[in-house]
Design a protein. Structure first.
Length: 196
């Protein structure tokens, strides 16, 4: 079992967290920015027991003055992550979570670390999710992987070229779409330049 899963699922939420966590004004703000195709309410997603649903809702709160509301939704979603959540939902949740925190890496001191944790968690699911994409008749292909791509960029910025290269190799081996050979060759050139 992966270390970030809880052994036992938390009790089903009563849904009261929505009214306990957000003021009436905050709930109205969230409902006001939530505009999915096909309709629906923010409250219906917020009361879900699937972390991916709350991650989807948090994506609507990307503006700087709304990010604190997104953080609250992601905190709730984190509490819902357990071994009973479908692996594909976790894959997409950690991508959204990582992207949300990464967006605020220069504003909030905790955001970059949280983004990295999200991408690492998504990568930890990588082989199983790639197998799902490969075998599922509705997909039939393996798309790009946000966690591998973004963590590679982060590690390059940190100067961790060997780790960035290893991420590319692993993503390529699992079959994730991207131009991994190009990235590996580019990193190899950088490593050669550094060792001269």
């Amino acid at each position: 079992m992966l270390p970030f899963f809880r052994r036992n699922a938390e009790p089903k939420p009563t849904g009261e967290w929505w009214t306990d966590t957000f003021t009436p004004e905050e709930r109205a703000t969230i409902e006001g920015v939530f505009a999915p195709l096909g309709g629906g309410t923010a409250e219906s997603l917020a009361r879900s027991t699937n972390p991916n649903s709350l991650g989807t809702l948090a994506e609507y709160l990307k503006k700087e003055h709304l990010r604190h509301l997104g953080y609250k939704l992601l905190d709730r979603a984190d509490a819902l992550v357990n071994e009973n959540v479908p692996v594909l939902d976790l894959h997409f949740y950690f991508a959204v979570r990582g992207g949300f925190y990464y967006r605020w890496r220069d504003h909030d001191p905790f955001a970059l670390d949280e983004a990295v944790k999200s991408f690492q968690r998504q990568i930890g699911l990588g082989a199983n999710v790639a197998r799902f994409f490969r075998e599922d008749k509705n997909w039939g292909f393996i798309p790009a992987h946000a966690g591998y791509r973004q963590l590679r960029i982060i590690e390059e910025k940190r100067g961790n070229w060997s780790l960035a290269r290893a991420l590319c190799e692993q993503a390529k081996a699992e079959g994730w779409a991207d131009d991994w050979d190009h990235q590996i060759a580019r990193i190899d050139k950088k490593l050669v330049a550094i060792t001269r």
